[in-house]
Design a protein around this ligand. Structure first.
Ligand code: ADP
Ligand code: ADP
Ligand code: MG
Length: 672
């Protein structure tokens, strides 16, 4: 085993690797960028080395500096995590040339699987089933179009060097092909430095099922069962589970052996994942008819590896370290067993109700579910941030991974919903409530899985207000009274229910809730009780409140319902979390807002910091509501800015390639 390793990554995966290294007595070296100077992963390691600016290309992709850091600190090996340099064969080679062990497969294996098109040609030779498609070298647009026509629509265009759901376009019909190709090539050039693409038949209602494989330097290779990652948005995984619902032992073995054959075809060493797209011609109820096709192999540890750890009881990072130090695999195929069911939810800084637009900001409140711990627990929470940390635009928007394990899928599901309910994040938009909606949706609960689950269930996933304005107002009123009470001098007769000595008085509150102004009336009754009316709804309000860590726990009764609500107050804004969901409500000072006009007409601003990729219009153009005006790139994805109303473009305020800050005005639009 190594004495010391360097972890060439950041965030949760760097912390994850450091935890296993620590357990095994292996010392760790962190590397960090300017933005990460005080990041959790730096604290998680024994030593750290600053390697440059905040943008990945100035730090985490600067492999000469990383190798120099390893040599300077006496590290014997480098763990690349996922993303960044993990699938960079030049880096793997450079490690070897500098006498360092790259904790991963050989440069030759990475190269063979690195390009989607080439790996498909290789898999075809190894007898692994492929999706019908074109993966040749000729990239002439007319020829690609011809191939797409031959395959038949819908087709999927994929960046040959792509990954992480980026550089992929589905094309429904022939007319749309040229535009989709251009946009795919542009994203591919920006993200992967190559615009080569391949074309595949778009499989209808497929599942994504992948096999975890592991090889060693003694010629052994095993599979550690499957993970179902069908629940996706923008071709990126949202929920992952193991085992795959409906999987039969026969199909598991067939897929496992195909994955091992794929790995052996490239002499694979270390942890890898063979991803399959699975057709279900018999529908959800006939899983025995599932047909699988090779999609790609990820030559690294995968984000969702914890679900495999949960069902097998193994530590895959430990296996990686053992294999990289020359030991044989700890177990043989027939010694591998799994039990129970595990699900992982990716908690991301993004706004699901606004096309999953990534969000940046500070984690003002960041509370993890109770009893979450790193290892051997039914609730595991892997992250790389702490309360108060910033989520910056430089890196991935994933904040944390929540992993649950249960004896059955139903048990795991219940545990996941409970743990998400206890995950409280304030300060930026996250997908936590959205994840809860997915988890309890009929399709997911019934395991009717395919990659279109999210669009299919859209009606119950997006724009959901499960808290309701009555409860939100009642909680905000209670919060205000608790707050006022806390400011008073202690009084032996004080009661937190708002008791007042002078008979009945009334009080008016103005709130903003879900973009709407609301008025509530609170009456203090002669017996000390409270009466609240919110619109049509009126009734007695009573509550007790307890300070809980920094927030407040309010046990609330209003309108015949009882709810325990956890609140955090920031100025006039109250963030509340309860079993039903989460909500934000702001008390308005009626006078301060009296003169304010409603719309900011004509301003079109960047929704987030990023780079302007292109403008689709020029000054003087007449545009229709919803028409694309500009494309921005931020957090490694492209976002289209559309016209909010009909109008005329007055002026473009930036040029393609410009960096813009959040809220920067991109162009001026004159309303029609
Ligand atoms: P996986 O296939 O492992 O489940 P994805 O493919 O969805 O995960 O995401 C992995 C991708 O995330 C990488 O290919 C890369 O583009 C991006 N990435 C790079 N570095 C990081 C990082 N430190 N944390 C999270 N994601 C990263
Ligand atoms: P990445 O490298 O970004 O992970 P993949 O090729 O692994 O790209 O595909 C990612 C996702 O895109 C899959 O999980 C699946 O949802 C979808 N997908 C890929 N290929 C197809 C296909 N031929 N038909 C339908 N969906 C596909
Ligand atoms: Mg993939």
């Amino acid at each position: 085993m190594f004495n010391k390793i360097l972890i060439a990554n950041r965030g949760e995966i760097a912390c994850r690797v450091a935890a296993t290294a620590r357990r095994l007595g292996v010392r760790t070296v962190a590397v960090y960028s300017d933005a990460d100077a005080s990041a959790k992963h730096v604290a998680a390691c024994d030593e750290s080395v600053h390697i440059g600016g905040s943008a990945p290309k100035d730090s985490y992709l600067q492999w000469e500096r990383i190798i120099a850091a390893a040599k300077a600190t006496g590290a014997q090996a480098i763990h690349p995590g996922y993303g960044f340099l993990s699938e960079n064969e030049a880096f793997a080679d450079a490690c070897a040339a500098n006498g360092l062990v790259f904790i991963g497969p050989s440069a030759a294996s990475i190269q063979a699987m690195g390009l989607k098109a080439e790996s498909k040609r290789l898999m075809e030779q190894a007898g692994v089933p492929l999706v019908p498609g074109y993966h040749g070298e000729d990239q002439d647009p007319a020829m690609l179009k011809h191939e797409a026509d031959r395959i038949g629509y819908p087709v999927l265009i994929k960046a040959s060097a792509g990954g992480g759901g980026k550089g992929m376009r589905a094309v429904e019909k022939a007319e749309d092909f040229a535009a989709a190709l251009a946009s795919c090539q542009r994203e591919a050039r920006n993200s992967f430095g190559s615009d080569a693409v391949l074309i595949e038949k778009y499989v209808q209602r497929p599942r994504h099922i992948e096999i975890q494989v592991f090889g060693d330097t003694h010629g052994n290779c095993v599979y550690l069962f499957e993970r179902d990652c069908s629940v996706q948005r923008r071709h990126q995984k949202v929920l992952e589970e193991a085992p795959a619902p409906g999987m039969t032992p026969e199909l598991r073995q067939q897929m496992g052996l195909a994955a091992v054959a794929a790995a052996k075809a490239v002499n694979y060493v270390g942890a890898g994942t063979v991803e399959f797209i699975v057709e279900q011609p018999g529908g959800y109820d006939h899983p025995e008819q599932m047909r699988f096709y090779f999609m790609e192999m990820n030559t690294r540890l995968q984000v969702e590896h914890p679900v495999t750890e949960a069902i097998t009881g193994l530590d895959l990072v430990e296996w990686q370290l053992r294999v990289a130090s020359g030991e044989p695999l700890p177990l043989k195929q027939d010694e591998l067993k799994f039990h129970g069911h595990a699900i992982e939810a990716r908690i991301c800084a993004e706004n699901p109700d606004n096309q999953f637009l990534p969000a940046t900001g500070r984690l003002a409140v960041y509370r993890k579910p109770g009893h979450a711990s790193f290892e051997r627990s039914t609730v595991r929470f892997d992250d790389g941030v702490r309360e108060g940390d910033a989520i910056s635009p430089f890196y991935d928007s994933m904040v944390a991974k929540l992993i649950v394990h249960g004896a059955t899928r139903a048990e795991a599901l219940a545990r996941l919903d409970a743990a998400l309910t206890q995950t409280h994040i304030v300060g930026l938009a996250t997908n936590v409530q959205f994840l809860r909606h997915v988890v309890v949706s009929e399709s997911f609960a019934q395991a009717r899985l395919d990659t279109a689950l999210i669009p299919r269930e859209a009606a119950v996933l997006f724009q959901q207000d499960r808290v309701g304005r009555e409860l939100a107002v009642a909680a905000a009123v209670a919060q205000t009274l608790v707050h006022e009470k806390a400011g008073e001098t202690p009084d032996p007769f004080s009661r937190t229910d708002g008791w007042r000595p002078f008979g009945l008085t009334k009080r008016r509150f103005d709130f903003e809730y879900q973009g709407e102004a609301l008025t509530a009336q609170l009456a203090y009754l002669h017996d000390g009780a409270l009466h609240l009316s919110v619109g049509e709804v009126a009734g007695p309000l009573s509550f007790t409140a307890l300070p809980a860590e920094s927030g407040t726990r309010i046990d609330l009764q209003f309108h015949g319902r009882r709810q325990t609500v956890q609140t955090w107050q920031f100025g006039e804004t109250v963030h509340l979390f309860c079993d039903l969901g989460a909500a934000v409500i702001t008390e308005l000072d009626a006078l301060a807002h009296a003169g304010e006009t409603a719309a900011e007409g004509g301003r079109l601003t960047a929704p987030m910091p990023g780079k302007v990729v292109s403008f689709a219009v020029k000054a003087g153009d007449a545009v229709k509501k919803g028409q694309p005006l500009a494309v921005m790139e931020a957090m490694k994805m492209e976002h289209t800015i559309a016209a909010p109303a009909d109008g005329t473009v007055a002026e473009l305020l930036f040029a393609p390639g410009d960096q813009v800050t959040e809220g920067a005005e991109l162009l001026k639009l004159q309303s029609a």
